[in-house]
Design a protein around this ligand. Structure first.
Ligand code: ZN
Ligand code: ZN
Length: 660
């Protein structure tokens, strides 16, 4: 790796370009065999034309070896001949022949031809030899924009986004103007997985301004890349403005915006946009795998099983069911909608599997609380020769946590380093969660203390969550102090701490935390629950007044709570963060979004139907108790997926065994 050093004058620009480390493996000294010695150098022009035509036609027919033999017989190959030879090397996937053509090209004095240098760089990057591509770039002094773009393309193909940005800065310094292709590569570099800093977002915005200034916004490929860039940084409104400005949208641009919504917590919008795409396109747009994966992801987020099934039907009818990422998304969708058997059957029917499909299955069992099954799938996966990825470990450790499998989880955590990487922050967060839930908070605290890297908000957040379950005020204060520093704008941490104080009846502290929250101007994320009834998804918040059936829902919930009280139910008023009269607390509890959703489900769905709900926060103890009762009293299965896991309420018990 090399770093950009500032400011030598443009005349010394070559000194800017460090020679690539592997370049020494290449030597382009003219080779004797390539000098067509058998022919006179001043050859017959008519014969030259004939020979060039012959070589070109052999290239077009894919006869590379014969073309190269003819090249040996021709002293004056044309630029077009070289272009076709290089293309033929790509098609034949022959790096060694490509290198031979390159040597001959230097020999013939074409080394300063920027057109051929561009083609050479493209050939090397298509043949996955970035070192050669880089060397061609370094050795040519006549760099026009095409040569630069070819280098950006080569670097992009191997994911070297950082180098694209460094070279782009250099190109600007030298004074070469960018074109729309340059902007595409630079935008892609801004979203390369290696970094996601705010400076990259600013760079992306700067490119956006250039695009507008040069009126490039009519180029759909470029604007779609802009949508992707904003999506990566979670800037939904910027992405949407760019998307709406595209006059002739294609399937890639629609998919980019759908993916933006699906990945940034806007599943409703993702599904809505998908239906707009199908309607507005009048069948012109066939969804691609990105569209399908995003739409399935949105269905998963909302536990919208019926919509998910419709999408699955579309996938089968359009023969997309052999595409690996689509299958993984289907496994996840069914798993997260509570249809574990369906997840398993999709997995079983797959002809090819990759690590992602295994991960999807492991986490599906995990959120259902089937920890041992998740571990056995993990073992099977290794036995069949698949190398677990960091995500695999996150999935299997999460599964251990939901099932309280402390020893198994510890062993799996210890085994991470045997797979070529050290535990990442996510893995520590899982381990802390596992130990914390199992009330081994001291051990969790020691693990955090001994971490070699900065624990970060996920790890401290896991500890704080566990402190809430076990009412450990002292450790909670320590964790929250760190969290307030790391995430000063996250109201959730304040709410959690206030919750812990409320649990310990420390009302003065509750007030203090609430005051801090107000002083900082932070808003608590409102609780929201979604329910799908007759293929339509409805959202409920705890202040829901928009639903036309709201009065009916409230009346039903009140009736149910009276029935429950007669059978000894005591509302879990400790989950209410205010020092209020119990009656008022009960009223607040009855307004929780998940209860409203359950009430809506009871009123609007048929007797034997399962009620499926998703919630954006953790399910509270009171809603948990009420759901258990309702599942028994109304004889209905209720499935609630909260941020942690899935709860299946049936006949008065929950699949989590009250461990969540
Ligand atoms: Zn609740
Ligand atoms: Zn439960």
């Amino acid at each position: 790796m090399w770093a950009f050093q500032v400011s030598p004058p443009p005349s010394q620009q070559l000194a800017f370009f460090p020679k690539h480390h592997a370049a020494s493996s290449l030597s382009f000294t003219p080779a004797a065999t390539f000098r067509p010695s058998s022919l006179s150098v001043t050859s017959n022009p008519e014969l030259t034309i004939q020979n060039n035509n012959l070589i070109q036609s052999l290239c077009e027919k894919g006869k590379l070896k014969q073309a190269l033999e003819s090249l040996n017989q021709e002293p004056n190959p044309s630029q077009r001949t070289y272009e076709l030879l290089l293309l033929c090397c790509i098609r034949q996937n022959s790096l060694s022949d490509g290198i031979s053509v390159h040597r001959r090209l230097i020999n013939d004095g074409f080394c300063e031809d920027s057109f051929l240098a561009t083609k050479l760089i493209n050939m090397y990057s298509d043949l996955q030899s970035i070192d050669h591509a880089r060397q061609v770039f370094d050795e040519i002094s006549n760099r026009t924009i095409f040569v630069w773009n070819a280098l950006f393309r080569a670097l992009s193909l191997v994911g070297k986004g950082e180098e694209v940005l460094i070279m782009y800065r250099m190109m600007n310094f030298i004074g070469i103007s960018s074109d729309r292709f340059t902007y595409t590569y630079v935008l892609k570099a801004c979203v390369s997985p290696e970094s996601s800093s705010i400076s990259l977002l600013n760079k992306g915005k700067e490119i956006h301004a250039h695009i507008l200034r040069h009126a490039y916004e009519t180029h759909v490929h470029l604007t779609t890349t802009l949508v992707d860039m904003y999506a990566k940084f979670g800037r939904i409104s910027n992405a949407s403005i760019v998307f709406n400005s595209i006059s002739t949208k294609n399937v890639v641009s629609w998919s980019a915006m759908i993916a933006c919504y699906a990945r940034n917590g806007k599943p409703f919008e993702a599904l809505e946009l998908f239906s707009n795409m199908m309607l507005e396109g009048h069948g012109l747009f066939s969804p691609n795998s990105v569209t399908m994966v995003s739409v399935l992801q949105a269905c998963s987020s909302l536990a919208a099983l019926e919509q998910g099934k419709l999408i699955h039907g579309y996938i089968i009818r359009n023969h997309l069911d052999s595409i690996l990422p689509i299958n993984a998304a289907l496994i996840t969708m069914y798993g997260r909608c509570g249809e574990l058997e369906k997840s398993q059957s999709i997995f079983d029917r797959m002809n090819n599997r990759d690590v992602i499909s295994w991960n999807s299955l492991i986490s599906s069992y995990g959120i259902h609380g089937f920890g041992l099954k998740a571990i056995s799938i993990f073992e099977e996966m290794k036995r069949l020769g698949f190398s677990p990825s960091p995500v695999t470990f996150t999935s299997v450790l999460g599964a251990c946590s939901h099932a309280g499998l402390v020893n198994e989880g510890r062993m799996i955590f210890e085994s991470i380093k045997d797979h070529g990487f050290y535990p990442l922050v996510d893995h520590y967060a899982c381990l802390v969660d596992l130990l914390g839930r199992a009330n081994q908070l001291d051990e969790a605290a020691v693990i955090i203390q001994d971490m070699r890297t900065e624990p970060g908000s996920k790890v401290w957040g896991s500890l704080l969550g566990a402190c809430r379950i076990h009412c450990n005020v002292e450790l909670a204060e320590r964790a929250s102090r760190r969290l307030f520093e790391l995430e000063p704008k996250n109201a959730g941490n304040y709410v959690l701490l206030a919750d812990i104080y409320a649990g310990a009846k420390m009302w003065e502290e509750v007030k203090r935390v609430r005051r801090d929250l107000e002083l900082l101007g932070l808003q608590k994320v409102p609780g929201c629950s979604w329910i799908e009834v007759r293929k339509k998804v409805y959202a409920f918040t705890s202040v829901e007044e928009l639903n036309p059936q709201i009065e009916q829902i409230h009346a039903l919930l009140l009736r149910l709570s009276m029935e429950m009280k007669e059978r000894g139910y005591v509302p879990e008023t400790k989950v209410v963060l205010y020092d209020l009269e119990d009656e008022e607390k009960e009223r607040i509890l009855l307004g929780h979004s998940e209860k409203l959703a359950v009430g809506f489900g009871l009123i609007n769905s048929g007797r034997g139907e399962k009620i499926r709900i998703t919630k954006n926060l953790r399910l509270c103890e009171d809603c948990h108790a009420v759901n258990k009762f309702v599942s028994w009293f109304a004889g209905r299965e209720i499935l609630v997926r909260d941020v942690n896991r899935l709860h299946c309420f049936k006949d008065g018990v929950c699949s989590c065994n009250d461990y969540w």
